[in-house]
Design a protein around this ligand. Structure first.
Ligand code: ADP
Length: 485
């Protein structure tokens, strides 16, 4: 085994040096040809300067994983004394990783296999013992950076792999240079908004204004916007990174949620939307694809509402025209005036009502295939029902709330405060306490009477399975369809 080599370990993750040579430095710094950027707090980030590194629990490894904190984790026992090696072949000019473990080393989700090798490409994600236990992103410091990214952005951030693609561009994992603080960078290409002359000027001013509003928002259930770069071709938005995926996929995978889980998620969505409404912001594009989750455990996850910025850059007419999917979540007043009327923030309450409906039964309230009535007419007329086949187990209280949210007359529709005051939410002190705890983990918040349960909540959360297995469902009106616009 190779002797341990001195590594540049940056335990606190905030001291990683950049490779840019400092001209005034007399001492020749070693060439940092790569970096292991930590994405797991127990693993130190490493600047790679030697030709070979070994990582594992063994004392002879160059990167020894044996801190007290990592030893206390369940996964520690699954790490091998030498788990993997990273080797730079200076002759053939490539870098590879060799799996030496019993429980596996994974690159981008694929198991390498014991004693096998895999070439490491820029941005490769390395996981240990389980493909979900991702610990490092490998950065090839000599890889060509995307020249389309403006220097102002590149100076501050290292852009890594793509983590998603939306209607207006891509979302990339990014790190602040010199640290391992991870964010999501959303890149919105302006070519999607064909605007000319004065219109373009107004648009750019609007972006500037909106971005300053968005950056000031701070609520646990609203995705944080940390930085915005507006360039002639694109807007770069640095967002809080959320790793549990979308509510949309979670509902599809689970079939539906029980009432207690739904209430836990829904209260958070409502508190996020209330915060926006209190700041005079209407989201306008609420749908399960825009609700992100921080954890794979649906009963322990924070909800993060996203995309509230983009919908403010475009008006309802554009929003409507650009829908190529279903307008399932659009309020009737938006549809009936083809997006050209003026609307209140009650459009968000309608959309939340649709989301609540879908969470409880796993199918949407409106569907193309119902009764020959076009979808938009169904929405405008409020033609939805609660068929016993799917709703008999669901409380009357939540059906009452849905009716009051999905009320076609926006004047009579509940406000977001009204939703939070509805007995289904307001009288469930256990749920309120759970939500407060997940939103403000370091605070002990007393609730009026924790332990008292609402009559409409018929099962204790602890008796429910954490995450039901995907269930095949006979949907009354089809699965929820992903909305693309
Ligand atoms: P859309 O245009 O469809 O609303 P987005 O551009 O917001 O989509 O996002 C595209 C993909 O990137 C989505 O699958 C989403 O899950 C993912 N994504 C967006 N924002 C974040 C984030 N802050 N953290 C992690 N993933 C994100």
């Amino acid at each position: 085994m190779a002797e341990p080599v001195p590594t540049q370990i940056t335990q606190g993750c905030d001291e990683i040096e950049d490779s840019a040579p400092c001209e005034e430095d007399d001492i020749q710094k070693p060439d940092i040809w790569g970096r292991l950027l930590s994405i797991n707090k127990y693993f130190p980030s490493i600047n790679l300067t030697e030709d070979e590194y070994s990582l594992g629990r063994g004392k002879k490894c160059s990167i020894i994983i044996d801190s007290k904190e990592v030893q206390a984790t369940k996964l520690f026992a699954t790490y091998s004394s030498v788990h993997f090696k990273i080797i730079r072949d200076t002759v053939k000019n490539y870098v590879y990783i060799q799996d030496l473990s019993s429980n596996g080393t994974f690159v981008n989700g694929d198991k390498i296999g014991k004693n096998k090798r895999r070439v490491l490409d820029n941005n490769a994600e390395i996981a240990l013992a389980s493909k979900t236990n991702r610990v490092y992103v490998y950065i090839d410091t000599h890889a060509k950076e995307d020249s389309t990214i403006p220097p102002t952005v590149r100076d501050k951030y290292i852009l890594s792999k793509e983590i998603g693609r939306g209607a207006y561009g891509e979302v990339k994992l990014c790190f602040i240079r010199g640290t391992c603080d991870r964010f999501a960078m959303k890149i919105i290409a302006k070519k999607h908004f064909t605007l000319l002359g004065a219109q373009a000027h107004t648009f750019n001013r609007q972006i500037e204004l909106e971005c300053s509003i968005l950056r000031a928002l701070d609520h646990p259930c609203i995705i944080r916007v940390y930085d915005v770069y507006d360039t002639p071709n694109a807007v770069y938005i640095v967002l809080e990174l959320v790793e549990g995926g979308e509510l949309f996929d979670r509902v599809v995978a689970n079939g539906q949620f029980d009432e207690s889980t739904t209430k836990f998620l829904f209260r958070q969505m409502c508190l996020g939307v209330k915060y926006l409404h209190d700041q005079s912001i209407t989201h306008r594009d609420l749908k399960p694809e825009n609700v992100l989750l921080t954890s794979p455990d649906t009963n322990e996850t924070l909800v993060k509402i996203t995309d509230f910025g983009l919908s403010r850059f475009i008006n309802e007419t554009t929003l409507m025209k650009t829908f190529c999917g279903t307008p399932n979540y659009l309020a009737p007043e938006v549809l009936s005036t083809h997006g050209e009327g003026s609307y209140s923030n009650k459009v968000d309450v309608w959309s939340l009502g649709v989301i609540l409906y879908i969470c409880l039964v796993g199918y949407p309230p409106f569907n193309d295939s119902i009764s020959g009535t076009p979808l938009s007419d169904q929405i405008i007329k409020g033609l939805y029902t609660f068929p016993d086949e799917f709703w008999s187990e669901v409380s009357e209280s939540v059906k009452d709330l849905i009716r009051k949210m999905m009320c076609i007359d926006p004047v009579k529709r509940l406000t977001i405060d009204g939703v939070l005051e509805h007995p289904w939410l307001a009288d469930d002190y256990d749920n309120t306490a759970r939500v407060n705890k997940i939103m403000f983990p370091s605070q002990t918040i007393s609730t009026p009477s924790a332990g008292k349960r609402s009559a409409c909540d018929d099962e204790s959360p602890s008796t429910k399975p954490v995450d039901e297995k995907p269930v095949e469902n006979n949907y009354a009106s089809g699965r929820p369809k992903r909305v693309k616009h």
